[in-house]
Design a protein around this ligand. Structure first.
Ligand code: PLP
Length: 359
């Protein structure tokens, strides 16, 4: 197996892939692949509902929340959130912590009034604004944040309390990497393709009372209520993706749930951050230490030529996906749930060797 540090889609647990391979042409003795089953069949229905109950129990989602599986990625949620919840008399406030929050804000502007609750753009998105910096009005439609900034490698360690204003979070790149107090949020959404499964499924967790206030004069497929009312079976869901998501959740359960996953993720990120911190400036992290992500480790190598060489040599040594996002350059190691500790240790050793050879 490659040392896969891709930012997304990214590594999946080997055990899950092997189980899927085994069941691929004959799921549950049906004589058919999971992909060939009707989405209205009992066999598929069990897979679908199991995935929902596992999401609920692992993430401790309270009963006053609905869970839906949608398509269109997190990017469609940038549109659906304001389309459903931004009304003419209100403002939606966005905390800008990177390109994905900028994209979310851009969509909201198409639907109504928006504001910037805080921004770390001036600091090249190296940090998450402090809770005290976040400004919004008590009658705002919602406050939107991005819990982990995949491109810049920053992550919220503590979430703001927004009182009666619903807090909306794009958790695409760190959902299920740690326990979260879901009751702080009005809406949580995430594309599955980093920590939850293959691309093609988007998980949305939404507080029930918000649904009652949602805009109604919008297209059927873009209304949350359409999908809530039909248990995400209004139209054909991405059945294979939902099956895989359920298997990934089972894997998380088997390794001890989100507390165990968080500890594992901390240990993995530490071996790489330690190399950066002890390199005397040979490697420099992009994010400020307090805002560092446990999912995406962004760094630069001493000079541009060496950085190019680092990426070439790393690729030749079997490390995949270490190039930084095309918009910012540099290097990025994405250490999502399914990336094993051994891969992180191997990368740390490679970085030490490279520094020894080239310093
Ligand atoms: N939000 C974040 C934080 C992301 O990392 C990404 C993709 O990498 C997106 C949104 C876009 O997600 P999608 O490709 O599912 O639309």
């Amino acid at each position: 197996r490659a040392y896969n540090f891709n930012a997304g889609p990214s590594a999946l647990p080997l055990e899950v892939l092997e189980k899927a391979q085994k069941e691929l042409v004959n799921f549950n003795d049906t004589g058919m692949s999971i992909m060939e089953l009707s989405h209205r069949s009992k066999d598929y229905e069990a897979v679908h509902n199991n995935a929902i109950s596992r999401l609920k129990s692992l993430f401790a989602i309270p009963d006053n929340y609905e869970i839906v599986f949608l398509q269109g990625g997190a990017s469609l949620q940038f549109t659906m959130v304001p389309m459903n919840f931004l009304t003419a008399d209100k403002t939606a406030s966005y905390v800008l912590t990177g390109s994905w929050s900028e994209k979310a804000l851009k969509e909201a502007k198409l639907f109504g009034q928006t504001g910037e609750a805080a921004s770390s753009k001036k600091n090249k998105y190296r940090n998450i604004p402090s809770i005290e910096e976040i400004k919004f009005n008590s009658d705002d439609a919602y406050v939107h944040i991005t819990s982990n900034n995949t491109i810049y490698g920053t992550q919220w360690k503590e979430f703001p309390s927004t009182g009666d204003v619903p807090l909306v979070a794009d958790m695409s790149s760190d959902i299920f990497s740690r326990p979260v107090d879901v009751s702080k949020f009005g809406i949580i959404y995430a594309g599955a393709q980093k920590n939850l499964g293959p691309s093609g499924v988007t998980v949305v967790i939404i507080r029930k009372d918000l649904l009652e206030k949602a805009n109604t004069n919008i297209p059927t497929m873009l209304k949350y209520t359409t999908h809530v009312d039909s248990n995400s079976l209004y139209n054909t869901p991405p059945t294979f993706g939902i099956y895989m998501l359920g298997e990934v959740l089972k894997w998380i359960e088997e390794i001890g749930g989100l507390e165990a996953i968080e500890k594992h993720n901390e240990e993995k990120a530490k071996v790489i951050y330690d190399v950066i911190d002890n390199s005397n400036g040979f490697y420099t992290g992009h994010a400020t230490v307090e805002s560092r992500s446990l999912m995406n480790i962004t760094f630069r190598v001493a000079d541009e030529e060496l950085e190019k060489q680092f990426l070439v040599e790393a690729k030749a040594a079997g490390f995949v996906g270490l190039n930084g996002h095309r918009s910012v350059g540099g290097c990025r190691a994405s250490t999502y749930n399914a990336v094993p500790f051994e891969a992180c240790q191997a990368l740390a050793n490679f970085m030490l060797d490279f520094q020894r050879k080239h310093q």
